[in-house]
Design a binder for this molecule. Sequence first.
Ligand code: PRP
Length: 209
Amino acid sequence: MEYLTFALAKGRLSEKTLELFEKIGICFDDMKEKSRKLIFTNEEYKIKIFLSKSSDVPTYVESGTADIGIVGKDTILEENRNLYELLDLKLGKCKMIVAGKEEALKILDNNDLRVATKYPNIAKDYFFKQKHQTVEIIKLNGSVELAPIVGLSDVIVDIVETGNTLIANGLMPLADICPLSARVVANRVSMKTEHKRIMDIIDKLREVI
Ligand code: PRP
């Protein structure tokens, strides 16, 4: 039997996912050692897990180097790969929103609105396709809340979880884009060749979430 391979987004999400795997009896004891190792195996179930940067999970799954991926819906939307979305793990629940200073509410529908974001594709999809608004998208790599404060942009498109970062920086949510959470995605070919093994695991996961 070949290994069924999972790509997991490194960090908090992978830790929560491993807890779910333990609940369904699939353990990776060597993962708890906090080493810099990136690949782990469970010989009993012939499962291999590797830890990648979140935004690379869809790349591994689309290419078939991983059969399954576990990653946030934000990354799935932003990367827009050809994947099969199988299950909402309901972990890491948060929202994609438009946020800014209160006064930005007045210019939210303007065509020259400047939007800073780590998620240019999600922002384009929302403003260009859904709102039919031609805005300027400014790609940033983090600490996006800075942009409207220092005058780089009028608003941001970003993830909000507790809302603490917005509040601490004098910003507020101005519009909701979509709810987010961790999803299980699969390679389209693996869904045919490994259908039973994949669906057995999905069914078990569904029972414990
Ligand atoms: C994320 C997001 C917000 C913050 C929201 O940033 O981009 O900045 O968390 O969380 P909150 O609503 O609970 O305050 P992250 O911590 O990933 O860092 P980044 O700024 O480098 O993107």
